[in-house]
Write a protein that binds this ligand. Structure first.
Ligand SMILES: NC(=O)c1ccc[n+]([C@@H]2O[C@H](COP(=O)([O-])OP(=O)(O)OC[C@H]3O[C@@H](n4cnc5c(N)ncnc54)[C@H](OP(=O)(O)O)[C@@H]3O)[C@@H](O)[C@H]2O)c1
Length: 361
């Protein structure tokens, strides 16, 4: 397992290079399917692997060899026994995933063998997709893997939620929860770049040290230890102007008790609730009224037209040594995804957690 920060976003192009490699003659496509709907913690018992033929691309389509799979908290949400959400996975369904892969064969003028692409093709070793549904990774800007994390949806979410929605000023205090995760580790760094005082909340002392020593957070608090509210009061003597909420639940509640006048609480994610049998809303919402504060939702796809702008800013900050791109890569095959996902929910990751498949090694 490797965890690293500060991938060489402006270093020489990623060494994976262009290739016209075909699929191995005896290769089959390994796919991960849902076997059972989980209650509580999700684990290997809820998934199964099957092998099928590698698909053949038709007109306008591309065959992709998957290199990196992403661990996304929202996968647990769509595995719930509920039709309340846009997507739902049940027994027999291919596990949804956004991947980075390499083009093997292309019947689309926009892609050539060897190109790295972001594709929404699920947990499988090979997939066919329409060219229009793919995004090409500019590996001179960031390594292919980073297109799933810091310069992909996680980093873009942190960027626009911070700079377009919250807009913290140097006099402000920002609390980021889920702070050592993919979105949180970037959000805290962005709030620091804006000049704010940044407090991170995460699930271990080691993660706290990482946030303070490696990523420049002013303070980090372990929500599993001690009285969270008391620690927040100590860390934020002038109260909290912005809560960047990734997890919801008790961690959010304790922060709401200490918000400042006209504070903004940005609801980015609710990781603590995705696997709960009965989801719970904030119990300390009363402080929103008293403090004339706002609770606002956020979805990154509203900013789709501005991704390039964010990536250019990130590239410059990395070059200047002011931003790190935290990635947590584990090696394995499609069948290792379930254990990786369980560990991710247990808090294994520092930054964006990815599973690197054999094809990428
Ligand atoms: N709004 C949008 O457009 C958008 C886009 C992308 C992601 N999101 C959301 O943003 C959130 C963060 O996403 P991410 O990709 O950065 O995930 P992540 O933070 O990397 O998620 C994993 C972390 O969640 C924490 N966690 C797990 N269970 C928890 C619990 N019960 N209470 C508190 N923390 C818990 C663990 O860290 P600890 O060790 O600290 O417990 C774990 O390491 C997710 O809710 C995701 O759905 C929203």
């Amino acid at each position: 397992m490797t965890a690293f920060t500060g991938a060489g976003i402006n270093a020489a192009p990623f060494s994976e290079g262009v290739t016209t490699m075909g699929t191995g003659r005896n290769d089959r496509n390994k796919q991960l399917l849902v076997r059972a709907t989980p209650t509580g913690e999700v684990g290997p018992e809820h998934f199964e692997v099957r092998e099928v033929e590698i698909p053949t691309p038709g007109a306008g389509e591309v065959l992709i060899e998957t290199h990196y799979l992403t661990m996304d908290a929202a996968l647990r949400l769509i595995m719930r026994n509920s039709s309340d959400f846009l997507f739902r996975l049940g027994p027999g369904d291919l596990v949804r995933n956004t991947v980075v892969g390499r083009v093997v064969t292309s019947n689309h003028a926009g892609f050539a063998p060897g190109d790295f692409v972001v594709a929404h093709t699920g947990v499988q070793t090979y997939a066919v997709a329409k060219g229009e549904e793919l995004e090409k990774c500019d590996t001179s800007l960031a390594p292919a893997s980073a297109w799933l994390g810091p310069v992909g949806v996680s980093g873009l979410t942190a960027y626009f939620a911070t700079f377009a929605e919250c807009r913290p000023q140097p006099c402000d205090t920002v609390v980021v929860n889920g702070a050592a995760g993919a979105v949180g580790s970037m959000a805290g760094q962005f709030a620091k770049l804006a000049g704010a005082r940044v407090i991170g909340i995460c699930g271990s002392d080691e993660k706290c040290r990482w946030l303070e020593n490696e990523l420049g957070f002013d303070r980090a608090i372990n929500y599993r230890k001690g009285d969270l509210y008391t620690q927040l009061v100590d860390a934020a003597p002038n109260r909290i102007n912005f809560v960047f909420d990734n997890v919801g639940g008790r961690v959010l509640d304790e922060s709401l008790r200490w918000i400042a006048m006209h504070a903004k609480v940005l609801l980015c994610g609710s990781t603590s609730q995705y696997g709960a049998e009965a989801m719970a809303g904030p119990s300390q919402y009363i402080w929103l009224g008293t403090m004339r504060a706002s609770l606002q939702g956020f979805v990154i796809f509203d900013y789709e037209q501005r991704y390039e702008e964010a990536r250019q800013h990130m590239a410059r900050w990395v070059k200047e040594g002011r931003l790190k791109l935290p990635e947590h890569v584990i090696d394995g095959d499609v069948g290792d995804f379930p254990a990786g996902f369980r560990d991710f929910y247990r808090g294994a990751n520092y930054g964006k957690m990815l599973l690197r498949l054999p094809a990428a090694r």
